[in-house]
Ligand binder design. Sequence first.
Ligand SMILES: N[C@@H](CCC(=O)N[C@@H](CS)C(=O)NCC(=O)O)C(=O)O
Length: 196
Amino acid sequence: MKYTLLGSKRSPFVRTCRMFMINHNIDFNFQSVDFVNNKEDAQFVKEKTPINRVPVLFQNETAIFESRVILNTLTENHKIQKLTPKEENYLSVINSCTDAGVTLFLMRRDGFDMEKKSFFLERTKNRIPEGLKYLREWEKKLNPNNPSDWSIPAMSLYSFLYWAHQRELIDLNQYPDEISFIENFKSSKGVSETSF
Ligand SMILES: N[C@@H](CCC(=O)N[C@@H](CS)C(=O)NCC(=O)O)C(=O)O
């Protein structure tokens, strides 16, 4: 199977797909775009996906949208262990934190008043600390020496925390358990290969 992954280097959703493919030795070509700062790249992404978001995986001629569908397709194609219902829930919570982070990042970039008293802003901001609180007991039990613990939710959590810290969406000093998680998994396969 010939795969091309379209995405930006910094996108946490894209990074998880890259980490997963690297970790499972799945050969792919990474087509890097910067849709935030480059108009041609933005137009290219728009032409390739009606959702206008990355990642997109091209499997031969077929374009697959949505990181979760991409990861499920790869899991199926390469006969990798499927996630348990609990792990699916962790992934949903991490994706919700990441979606909230992407929304906040794009709003801030467009000059919205991020301190404005707003029902929507308050709910969006709260999703991050509430989500991280829910994940904590699971995340603290993960062992970097156990290959099955370097799962899709663990990769997604790593991608989210690193990105949200870089974009100043979270203050990691307030999250000592998450600092330990990053520290524990920083040598896992796919991390250094996708770092920015
Ligand atoms: N649910 C999508 C979310 C993807 C997503 O939000 N990607 C961001 C980059 S991290 C994006 O393309 N944002 C552009 C936009 O929201 O307009 C997935 O899991 O693939």
